[in-house]
Design a protein around this ligand. Structure first.
Ligand code: GAR
Length: 186
């Protein structure tokens, strides 16, 4: 049984997909800690209703990124976390966390990286007029949506309906994230 941490800032549908896969045995793992940098985010209630330990913090109440990451590393160590899965965590990981969990932090991003980095990847891709969208899972380094690619999945999309693109993209994300974590912890 492996201990995972999931970091999220918003809705938490990828968090749910991972937690569900742990609960029904598709992943030989448990979510030992959910970290959220947005007090009030929907993901918090989702973690609490599953009895998953949460660490919710406001970055502004800390003097620096190093200060809150030091606190996070302490909690990760206490929980025996082996792999950190960023799932819509909209914050660059700093040196403290990168050093403590080098090679053990992964992220999911809703584009075929290196195209369309950032917080509005689907909208940016649609505005560009691309006909193939996709999802990437990659190791995390100090750059925004940077780091070695682990898995990608593309889907054809013709049009400009961002809501529909997000719906299809999320379905792919949930499946690809669980499959990729399963391979990494094997
Ligand atoms: C996901 O689509 C994820 O790929 C994206 O945030 C969304 C979170 O959704 N991440 C990024 O854009 C990272 N740059 P969720 O809260 O429903 O899992």
């Amino acid at each position: 049984m492996h201990n995972l941490a999931v970091f999220a800032s918003g809705t938490g549908s990828n968090f749910e997909a991972i937690a569900d896969a742990c609960a029904d045995g598709r992943l030989d793992a448990r979510v030992a800690l959910m970290v959220c940098d947005k007090p009030g985010a929907a993901v918090i209630a989702k973690a609490e209703s599953r009895g998953i330990q949460t660490f919710v913090f406001n970055p502004k109440s800390y003097p620096s990124k190093a200060a809150y990451e030091t606190e996070i590393v302490r909690l990760l160590n206490d929980a025996g976390v082996e792999l950190i899965c960023l799932a819509g965590y909209m914050r660059i990981i700093g040196d403290v966390l990168l050093k403590a969990y080098e090679g053990r932090i992964i992220n999911i991003h809703p584009s075929l990286l290196p195209a369309f980095k950032g917080a509005h990847a689907v909208e940016d891709a649609l505005a560009y007029g691309v006909k193939v969208l996709g999802v990437t899972i990659h190791y995390v380094n100090s750059e925004l949506d940077g780091g070695r690619i682990i898995a990608q999945k593309a889907y054809e999309f013709d049009g400009d309906d961002a809501e529909e693109a997000h719906r299809i993209g999320h379905e792919i994300e949930h499946q690809l994230y669980v499959e990729t974590i399963a391979k990494l912890i094997k």
